[in-house]
Design a protein around this ligand. Structure first.
Ligand code: PMP
Length: 451
């Protein structure tokens, strides 16, 4: 590993949490920031690099969240910082729809190069994951002339109107306690997912689970009326659910048979996170369209849709775009991030992180009895917490573990339809010593919580 860190890669807590400066910021926030935006951590960040987040009071935390799978190359990766500095010194914006520039083209070239398959591909850029998903659906509808879209149980695709409709979980995304953000976009249908840990019949194969979803589509919609199937190859917010082997290939095959556009939402799984450029590769799938965001641009807002050229080109000129989509500064960041992924073999790093972390989580599950399932791929690993001896979700213990880790200087995130999953998303550039230290803390906190 050749990455040099700018910040000292050490965990240090020097104040109570939140410290006085964070507390002062929280008071300012309380007055002006909408209550609907909540933060998992009470401290305010001043600096971040490698596997470390430093708060305004000088506390240094080990980051096992990467800002929700974004800062895979670190939060201030040298190639990203350099690319951004260079670009902002020249121009920050022209709007690609007004006066185009090379960075946009270069990012699309990179997307076409790293996405699976050797068929003709093209790409288009946006600002956020949700916007990428919205546009993948727009493309599929124009290309097929159909309107129905199928998403899955436990799926998460964003917070805009169409992506809320595609998202499975109600609170907090689609509404609150007795309140709703609806009405939601029409022509969205939900199919059953393959969720090995929670199957009524634990023996069900991936192929059989796919047939179950296909039966639903055939009987309720008719395959020939479906424009797109939208699925995360490993579900992110849903709790790092890895479908049983064979599930995704059978769905992709069905989509091909019926002329349905198969959209892999790789916003969370893409760009080395699972140990490959894209998670679809683990099952040898070539999606028709892939949505990307998060990890691709080292923290700057950038998203895209990449896939079959004939689908991307089915849309009339002017039918896709947006003021900021493919902003030149974000493109420069993406080119730096992608170069870093290549140079540092971050897919290999993700696989190495799995080698280190997975056995420790499995041992913890065997020893404590509060973890029903350990799963994930690469540097996207999770534990699903249950009441001992049952599959009953335990969200409470998860909140306690997050707080326990924080008080010892480790940042982790929850996930899951039932809020009972702890997910680990370390920056792929985290040093091994720091990762091992974070695992020691996490293990001790889980053991303590398990009693
Ligand atoms: N799709 C997936 C799979 C995601 O994980 C997310 C974000 N968590 C989104 C879409 C939405 O991305 P954004 O928050 O950038 O709109």
């Amino acid at each position: 590993m050749t990455i040099e860190y700018r910040l000292d890669q050490h965990r240090t807590l020097t104040t109570d949490l939140p410290g006085p400066r964070s507390a002062a910021l929280a008071a300012r926030r309380e007055r002006v920031v909408a209550a609907g935006v909540s933060s998992g951590q009470p401290f305010y960040v001043q600096d971040a690099d490698g596997g470390i987040l430093v708060d305004v009071d000088g506390n240094a935390f080990i980051d096992l969240g990467s800002g929700i799978a974004v800062t895979s190359v670190g939060a201030s990766a040298p190639a990203v910082v350099e690319g951004v500095r260079e670009q902002v010194g020249h121009f920050t914006h022209t709007c690609f729809m007004v006066a185009p520039y090379e960075g946009y083209v270069a990012v699309c070239e990179a997307l076409v190069e790293v996405s699976p398959g050797d068929h003709a591909q093209k790409a288009v850029l946006f600002n956020s994951g949700a916007e990428a998903v919205e546009n993948a659906v727009k493309i599929a509808r124009i290309a097929t002339g159909r309107s129905a879209v199928v998403a899955f149980d436990h799926g998460y695709h964003g917070r805009t109107n169409l992506t809320m409709a595609l998202t499975a979980k109600n609170a907090p995304y689609k509404g609150g306690d007795g309140t709703t953000f609806g009405p939601f976009a029409p022509e969205v249908y939900r199919a059953p997912m393959s969720y090995p840990f929670r199957e009524e019949n634990p023996q069900i194969t991936g192929h059989e689970a796919a047939e179950r979803a296909i039966r639903m589509m055939q009987s309720q919609l008719g395959g020939r009326n479906v424009a797109a199937i939208v699925i995360e190859p490993v579900q992110g917010e849903g709790g790092f659910i890895v479908p049983a082997p064979g599930f995704l290939p059978r769905l992709a095959e069905y989509a091909r048979e019926q002329g349905i556009v198969f959209i892999a939402d790789e916003v969370q799984t893409g760009f080395c996170r699972t140990g490959a450029w894209f998670a679809a590769e683990h099952e040898g799938i070539v999606p028709d369209l892939i949505t990307v965001a998060k990890g691709m641009a080292g923290g700057l807002p950038l998203a895209g849709v990449v896939g079959r050229a004939e689908l991307l080109d089915a849309v009339h000129g002017g039918g896709l775009g947006g003021t900021y989509g493919g902003n030149p500064v974000a493109c420069a960041a993406a080119l730096g991030a992608i170069a870093t992924m290549r140079q540092e073999d971050l897919s290999g790093r993700a696989r190495r992180i799995e080698e280190i972390v997975r056995p420790r989580l499995e041992a913890l599950a065997a020893q404590t009895g509060v973890i029903g399932d350990v799963r994930g791929r690469g540097a996207m690993l999770a534990m699903e917490f249950v009441r001992p001896g049952t599959r009953e979700p335990d969200a409470e213990i998860v909140q306690g573990i997050i707080a326990g880790c924080r008080s010892q200087g480790v940042v982790i995130l929850s996930a899951g339809t039932y809020g009972n999953v702890i997910r680990l998303l370390p920056p792929l550039v985290i040093g091994e010593d720091l990762l091992l230290e974070a695992m020691d803390v996490l293990e001790a906190v889980v053991r303590d919580a398990a009693g």
